[in-house]
Design a protein around this ligand. Structure first.
Ligand SMILES: [Zn+2]
Length: 401
């Protein structure tokens, strides 16, 4: 009798080990690659300048994967030791909650989702298998756990006070790394405005309206209809601006971007992507959109992967940054890596000096490099996460342009 069950049980055991033990790491390593092409030579001047910077990255997806941030991951693009090595002051960690089947840049339906298999394989709590809101709250809890484990080396930023505290402690390279939460597509509201309070309470301070498909708030650049803001989307933007949550137009359709820019009362960001002028991909911003973001006092985060800048070279990143500077001024451009967002890049977060060097080689002054690498993003985050009611004159926290 026993022998009859031995072979199927062995097969089952191997299948389980493969599914739970091997698959998550295999997918993570396979989707978040470094291409291994040649890095640019770094001068002592660039290295010294880099060590003196406050660096902010507006978007990474590291929370999506089955890793503990405080440990060396051995795969992907980012973990706390590598953030520290790259002299990053503040990393914005996004919560991605739904990914359509056959993911592509042109057109994706709203009714499919391949994430549950990964979440089960990563042994996430059962609530996250079905609820998009639970997925974001899990990401927030995961970050909180890492912050506790890091014992002062990772600090959560939720308001201007915690931001100032971080900057005070990160006066020199090697200081603690700040972490702020964002959302990649507000379908995690599950259609209910009151869920915004739950997300805010968990620490989310920035949110993109859409991701790869049209949702209840707006059309996506990669959706089927690519429409503008819905009444629900407009309602949520009003609530976000009142609370102190930064509105992110990354992945929005062109109509959605136009609608957001027309109604925004506070600085708007494009957290990760590129510009059409240096890389003509549908998700990248037109000159008109770049001017619109600048008018709100916001920033455009430039990414490092091929669909953002049509190459993975740090020189391509510097060229996109230069384009924005020349069009609207140095104050409106920043970094938005999309690390660990199923991207292939040339340099991970420990090697961010590559961008500093490429900017120097493009003729940027140290002051301009300081602005791009972090000061601009810090200005927008500081203004954007202050609740409106805490600035009685309407100043400080709100751009009226
Ligand atoms: Zn994205």
């Amino acid at each position: 009798m026993r022998k009859r069950y031995w072979i199927p049980l062995t097969v089952l055991a191997f299948a389980l080990i493969g599914f739970f033990g091997v698959l998550p790491g295999y997918l993570d390593a396979g989707m978040n690659k470094i291409d291994g092409k040649q890095l640019i030579a770094v001068s002592p001047e660039a290295a010294a300048l880099h060590r003196s910077l406050h660096i902010v990255d507006l978007h990474s997806d590291s929370l999506m994967w089955g890793r503990e941030l405080t440990e060396v991951a051995g795969r992907g693009h980012e973990d706390l030791p590598r953030l520290t090595a790259g002299n990053v002051t503040l990393q914005v960690f996004a919560s991605t909650t739904k990914t359509p089947k056959g993911l592509n840049y042109d057109s994706n339906p709203s009714d499919s989702d391949v994430l549950p298999a990964l979440l089960v394989a990563q042994r996430q709590p059962a609530a996250t298998w079905t609820s998009l809101l639970a997925r974001s709250l899990f990401h927030a809890a995961k970050l909180d756990h890492s912050v506790a484990l890091a014992q002062g080396r990772l600090l959560k930023v939720t308001d201007p006070f915690s931001l100032d505290r971080l900057l005070g402690k990160h006066a020199t390279a090697g200081g603690p790394v700040g972490a702020m939460l964002s959302i990649e597509g507000l379908h995690d509201l599950e259609g209910k405005a009151e869920n915004l309070d739950k997300l805010y309470a968990a620490g989310f301070r920035m949110a993109g309206l859409t991701h790869f498909f049209d949702n209840q708030l707006a059309g996506s650049m990669h959706g089927e209809k690519k429409g503008g803001l819905t009444p629900f989307g407009r309602q949520i933007i009003g609530l976000m601006e009142a609370k102190g949550m930064i509105v992110d137009i990354a992945h929005c359709s062109h109509q959605c971007v136009a609608d957001v820019l027309a109604m925004a009362r506070r600085p708007v960001v494009s957290s990760h992507g590129g510009v059409q002028a240096t890389c003509q991909v549908n998700r990248n911003l037109t000159d008109y959109e770049i001017r619109g973001v600048a008018r709100t006092g916001g920033v455009i985060g430039i990414g490092y992967w091929d669909a953002a800048v049509c190459d993975t070279s740090p020189r391509a990143v510097a060229k996109a940054i230069k384009y924005v500077r020349d069009l609207v001024g140095i104050d409106y451009v920043a970094l938005g890596s999309d690390y660990d967002g199923a991207t292939t890049v040339r340099f991970d977060t420990s090697q961010l000096v590559q961008v500093t060097q490429a900017l120097m080689d493009e003729g940027f002054t140290p002051q301009e490099i300081r602005a791009v690498m972090g000061a601009n993003a810090l200005r927008v985050i500081r203004a954007g996460i202050a609740p409106l009611q805490s600035s009685p004159s309407g100043g400080g926290g709100s751009a009226k342009r």
